[in-house]
Design a protein around this ligand. Structure first.
Ligand SMILES: Cc1ncc(COP(=O)(O)O)c(C=O)c1O
Length: 484
């Protein structure tokens, strides 16, 4: 296969598309962007190939380096511009960049086979559908398959604080997070939203649901509500129940594995398809295992595996890819066009996704994630002894949420502090993430009080030190500002 050389445009002209920008171009862009908020720093390039650090440029044209604890929306598991992933992309680009959705390519076949091999529990050896869009479409694919397989049921159980996408339907499937949509809840009649077990804020007043574990005395009364809905209180027969085993956008909230087990049993009893959205928790983000549900199976001996599972974020190695896998027990499949988009069989994303999986496996990056995650969590617990505002710290792995409160007794969310910290963090060479706010019917923004630390899995001990040192500095300065 020939190396490529430009034919029409000069190399310099082509290089400049991605490598340089001037003030005039930025001002012009601002006039034309329909997004009314674009962050002030322009993200330029990886500090080094495969680094968790990125070079950014401020509005005065000054460069600085940032350690990205958001992994750019929890996507760059291997850091910025990883050389192996990019090499796989180049090899694919030399041959093909696009095919029709029904075409088979080597990369598509290999990616699907690999996914079917690494998924946990009863999903192993299952059937995969891909898209070139992300998690929202993967969730819609799961809904469609559940509808087909349950012969006409078209109602879904979903959970408070859940997030599943921003299309008109997946936004309805999600907790109405009006930061994402101002639109009326399309098709709301197809969904019943149920309480999710948020142990730190237990409605039954069990006080010791901390650090991602339920209160040891808890009897899971919250489950009885779910049970009622699944056993008939929902207005229609449910085709499926969709949830994140650990909620991401909704505030890094883990469902206790025993609660998940009960849900699985109930779904089996009621012939309702159980769908896990592991869009954020896949790709070893939570530590040693490909998904978080696998951790529960392997470490606690609790099989919580669902009938379908959805993926996006890091699954494409930083390129756009969404995937859904269904257990081989579901015999139904889609017709040729029932589940497709123009770009749904992207050879490029399949190639980069497969390269990323192989690199993570070969380099044991799940172990690194676990180790670095434990370090950060341990240091964060030390900070918690000093700072009353750190209410709860939840992992596992590099899927860390830090819930900030005004008072540990009342657990009043300290939203202002979190917002201040997010703004300040880049000044200390960090990007931090935050939970999505919920707009109440009274117009208040609720619960944007969870800080997220989810850097690429490739971070080093030195990086964890940097994160924690600067996290504390950001916290101190933000506290001074908001307390004034
Ligand atoms: C758990 C979860 N599911 C689904 C989605 C939607 O994915 P996408 O934005 O790629 O449609 C997201 C995005 O943040 C997510 O966090």
């Amino acid at each position: 296969m020939k190396e490529f050389e430009p034919k029409i445009l000069s190399k310099e002209e082509l290089r400049r598309i991605s490598s340089g920008i001037n003030e005039e171009e930025i001002l012009e862009f601002q006039k034309h962007s329909l997004n009314n908020f674009v962050e002030p720093l322009t993200v330029m390039e990886a500090k080094e190939p495969g680094s968790p650090w990125v070079k950014v440029m401020d509005q005065k044209g000054q460069f600085k380096e940032i350690l990205d604890c958001t992994s750019m929306n929890w996507t760059l598991a291997l850091g910025f511009a990883h050389p192996d992933v990019n090499y796989a992309a180049l090899e694919q680009m030399k041959r093909l960049t696009h095919v029709r959705y029904n075409c088979l390519t080597p990369a598509r076949a290999k990616f699907c086979n690999k996914l079917a091999e690494i998924v946990p529990g009863k999903l192993k050896g299952g059937k995969v559908i891909l898209n070139n869009e992300g998690g929202g479409l993967a969730n819609e694919a799961a809904m469609k398959l559940a509808m087909i397989a349950s012969r006409g049921a078209d109602h879904f159980g979903t959970f408070w604080h859940g997030y599943h996408g921003s299309s008109l339907i997946t936004a309805t499937l999600s907790q109405p997070l009006h930061a994402v949509t101002r639109f009326d809840s399309f098709g709301i009649g197809h969904f019943t939203r149920m309480p999710y077990p948020y142990c730190y804020r237990c409605m039954w007043n069990y006080k010791n649901g901390l650090y991602g574990e339920k209160d040891p005395d808890c009897n899971m009364e919250c489950f009885q509500i779910v049970e009622k809905y699944l056993k008939g209180m929902a207005p229609k027969k449910m085709a499926g129940v969709i949830l994140e085993p650990i909620q991401g956008a909704g505030g890094q909230v883990p469902a206790p594995p025993k609660w998940l087990r009960k849900l699985k049993e109930l779904c089996e009893e009621e012939n309702i398809y159980l769908i896990y959205d592991e869009c954020q928790t896949c790709m070893w983000r939570t530590g040693k295992y490909f998904t978080v549900s696998e951790r529960y199976e392997k470490e606690r001996g609790i099989d919580v595996s669902p009938d379908m599972m959805t993926f996006t974020k890091a699954i494409g190695g930083g390129f756009p890819l969404g995937a859904m896998i269904a257990t081989p027990k579901i015999r139904k499949t889609f017709t040729p066009t029932e589940e497709h988009t123009t770009f749904s069989s992207s050879p490029l994303s399949c190639a980069t996704g497969l390269a990323a999986i192989k690199v993570i496996q070969k380099e044991n990056l799940g172990e690194n994630c676990e180790k670095m995650g434990n370090k950060i969590t341990k240091r964060m617990k030390e900070l918690q002894e000093i700072y009353e505002v750190i209410g709860d710290i939840r992992g596992p792995g590099l899927f860390i949420g830090v819930e900030m409160v005004k008072d540990r007794e009342t657990k009043d969310p300290f939203t202002e502090l979190v917002e201040e910290m997010i703004l300040l963090a880049p000044e200390y060479n960090l990007y931090l993430g935050e939970s999505m706010p919920i707009l109440s019917a009274r117009g208040e923004l609720l619960m944007r009080n969870v800080l997220k630390i989810k850097p690429p899995l490739v971070i080093t001990e030195e990086d964890t030190e940097f994160i924690m040192e600067n996290f504390e500095k950001v916290l101190k300065e933000a506290l001074n500002k908001v307390e004034k």
